[in-house]
Design a binder for this molecule. Structure first.
Ligand code: GDP
Length: 195
């Protein structure tokens, strides 16, 4: 994908009405700090368009990035903040659920998992929950530059087993530092998802 134009078009909070977009959407979910903003920036060829947090932010919004007036990248709020209240957690669930159920344009959900660690109970719950909502997420295993090349396949296996992925479920290793995996993600989107 040649990025010609990027625009943060809509930001939705818990009480917002979701946009009725007429172009395809692909959504990104993941635990806070997993590297979601960094991935979205890398896909858009931007350095710091999507917010990157050193300390996990608490803004619970769904952000819609319009790419070239062709497709939307949808940044779903991160999960697993230790400090948020029960009420905020509930709102978070409701917001994502509403989006997954009402978007008419959602073509794929990408779930980000840190390749270094065994998926957490939260990650597993999120994966199972997305599946239970009728989606089959594509996994992006982030921060692969933090591993030695020789460790990568072992860690991919660990992530696959930890989440209980089906053999046909796609997993793409990615690094926002080296941009490894970026082309693979866009190719997948252009050749399979947008077709
Ligand atoms: P988010 O909370 O999921 O949006 O995560 P961010 O994109 O804000 O990243 C959280 C932290 O991890 C930041 O300090 C990033 O610089 C770092 N980070 C994100 N992706 C990578 C990556 O691929 N490699 C490395 N080494 N660090 C990363």
């Amino acid at each position: 994908m040649i990025i010609k134009k990027v625009d943060l078009e809509t930001v939705c909070g818990i009480t917002s009405t979701l946009p009725q977009n007429t172009r395809p959407e692909i959504a990104f979910a993941g635990k806070s700090n997993v590297g979601k903003s960094s991935l979205i920036n890398a896909l858009m060829n931007r350095k710091s368009f999507a917010r990157i947090s050193a300390t996990p932010g608490k803004t619970q919004t769904i952000n819609f990035y319009n790419i070239n007036d062709e497709i939307y990248l949808v940044d779903l709020p991160g999960y697993g903040y230790a400090k948020v209240s029960q009420k905020e957690k509930e709102n978070w669930g409701k917001m994502i659920e509403k989006y997954l159920h009402t978007s008419k344009q959602l073509q794929a959900v990408f779930l980000l998992i840190d390749i270094r660690h065994e998926p957490s109970a939260n990650d597993k719950m999120m994966y199972d929950w997305i599946v239970s909502q009728g989606c089959h997420p594509i996994i992006i295993a982030t921060k692969m530059d933090k591993l030695k090349r020789s460790q990568v396949s072992k860690h991919i296996k660990m992530v696959r087993q930890g989440l209980g992925l089906l053999p046909e479920t796609r997993l793409i290793p990615f690094s926002s530092v080296t941009k490894q995996g970026r082309e693979e993600i866009w190719n997948l989107v252009e050749r399979e998802i947008l077709q």
